[in-house]
Design a protein around this ligand. Structure first.
Ligand code: UTP
Length: 468
């Protein structure tokens, strides 16, 4: 078809859904740019987007909460007496899966990282307390150590998005994959969705390009399939995917208890939780409805449930989500074998866009646009079986989300150093409270690894900075 025929067809489709302004600058573009714009516009499912615009862009979507919402059951971090055998069995089974090379690491790193404001992919951010190793290096070394520990390959899948794919790959190349075999590191891109004005008009990022945003971490469940990552996993005999976010250097990627408990309970997708610091802490809540685990965002959980107390006067909804999951390869395959759609969530964000009247780029100072995203935890209610395991916050959750204040590099580095101090104390090292310690994952990814570590000091003095 000629470009002019394609143009007519795209114009007619867009006119039907009130989006013909996207072709406003078409005549001013050179032929290559015209073709690119048509390509981009043709790839969209406009009838579906039109429905989403009505239900999710022009207004906040209705949140259809289930009628009965109970707190989700969970396995406590430490084995209760009646479950010690099961916990032991789970650890053994998790270790077997790791030794047999049946576990893959999977980081979602396609986000825009607007809160951090770092010029580059978030995974390149200097995260550690002393050496300032980037997040990607921390994960790479965690995986290398686990490979050594279990004598197997743990392939690493890295989801990027069009905004950071190229610099992410370049960063790994430049750093020789931080010692990993490049054959065992696979990058793939997630999908995108147009960004809209609050009136429901798709925005232009430039005269020849529609503004889009990554479709949320929930997009990973399709991207894993479409990219061929699942096929690659199957070829390698991978059964379980250890899912984590790019901003948390404390992540325990290969936790035998978590992997094993998920597997022996026959779960399709499982989650770790931390006890919330307060009933109104701004994290998702693990709940149970009609026998299904689901996460209800803090803003959607009815106030009376958020504050509800049990017979002992303790808050009932204490399980907060920290975006750590084990996902079965079969579950992702099953989802993608049929039509599955995760719900869209709406966020108002700052999106630079071209002013149609002047053709100039507007850099908004206030949030001006609607971004739609899907969330990975919305797949939990699609599972027949899903477990939740408690983890201790300071051991496994120190995200770098903000440039300063809570969940920033400063707080994360403190948590990293404090965890290292706790681990060292378990092996008898005397550690002063205000020492700054950087413990490489190559030395230890769990406290017991320190038993084999060589050259540990007997004591670390007040104010001392130590890299181990
Ligand atoms: P966040 O919710 O922290 O979003 O993502 P973000 O985009 O990184 O940061 P802000 O909100 O703009 O400041 C949690 C995790 O999900 C990934 C992120 O890379 C991060 O690891 N993510 C998020 C994706 O992979 N794709 C997305 O579309 C969104």
């Amino acid at each position: 078809m000629t470009d002019s025929a394609r143009y007519q067809q795209v114009l007619s489709t867009l006119t039907q859904v009130g989006q013909e302004h996207l072709l406003h600058f078409y005549d001013q573009l050179d032929p290559a740019a015209q073709t690119q714009l048509l390509d981009q516009l043709e790839q969209q499912d406009w009838p579906q987007l039109a429905e989403l615009i009505e239900s999710h862009v022009k207004q906040s979507p209705e949140i259809g909460l289930p009628e009965s919402i109970e707190p989700a059951p969970y396995y406590p971090a430490a084995a209760p007496e009646q479950l010690t055998k099961k916990y032991d069995l789970a650890v053994k089974h998790g270790e077997e899966l790791l030794r047999a090379g049946k576990v893959a690491a999977f980081v979602v790193a396609g986000g825009q990282g607007t809160r951090l404001g770092w010029d580059g992919p978030k995974g390149t951010y200097p995260a550690t307390p002393i050496q300032r190793k980037p997040l990607f290096q921390v994960f790479a070394e965690t995986i290398i150590k686990a490979q050594r520990k279990y004598g197997s390959i743990i392939p690493w899948y890295i989801m990027t998005s069009p905004i950071n794919d190229e610099p992410t790959r370049a960063f790994f190349k430049e750093h020789n994959y931080f010692g990993l075999n490049p054959k065992d590191v696979m990058f793939f891109q997630q999908g995108t969705i147009p960004s809209f004005s609050t009136e429901g008009k798709a925005l232009l990022a430039s005269p020849g390009q529609m503004a889009t945003n990554p479709d949320g971490h929930g997009g990973s469940l399709r991207a894993l399939h479409v990219s061929g990552a699942i096929a690659d996993m199957e070829q390698r005999g991978i059964e379980q995917i250890s899912y984590f976010q790019v901003d948390n250097p404390l992540i325990n990627i290969t936790d035998p208890l978590f992997i094993g408990m998920h597997a022996i309970d026959g779960a399709q997708m499982s989650s770790k939780m931390v006890v919330k610091v307060a009933p109104d802490e701004k994290v998702g809540n693990f709940t149970l409805s009609d026998g299904r685990i689901m996460v209800i965002e803090y803003s959607d959980l009815p106030k009376e449930l958020e504050q509800k107390l049990d017979a002992d006067g303790k808050p009932m909804f204490i399980a907060g989500s920290i975006a750590i999951h084990i996902i079965g390869v079969n579950f992702v395959k099953q989802l993608n074998s049929g039509r599955f759609a995760l719900p869209y969530h709406r966020a108002i964000k700052k999106v630079p866009h071209v002013d149609l009247a002047t053709g100039e780029l507007v850099e908004p100072t206030e949030p001006n646009a609607v971004k739609l995203e899907t969330f990975v935890f919305d797949a939990l209610p699609l599972c027949q079986m899903s477990i939740v395991l408690e983890t201790i916050r300071e051991n496994e959750f120190g995200p770098i989300k903000n440039a300063e204040g809570v969940d920033s590099a400063v707080t994360s580095r403190q948590l990293q150093s404090q965890r290292a101090a706790r681990w060292l104390r378990t092996t008898g090292v005397e550690v002063a409270d205000d020492a700054v310690i950087e413990l490489s994952p190559l030395t230890a990814i769990a406290p017991e690894d320190l038993q084999q570590a060589e050259g540990l000091p007997q004591r670390i003095d007040p104010g001392q900075r130590t890299v181990l």
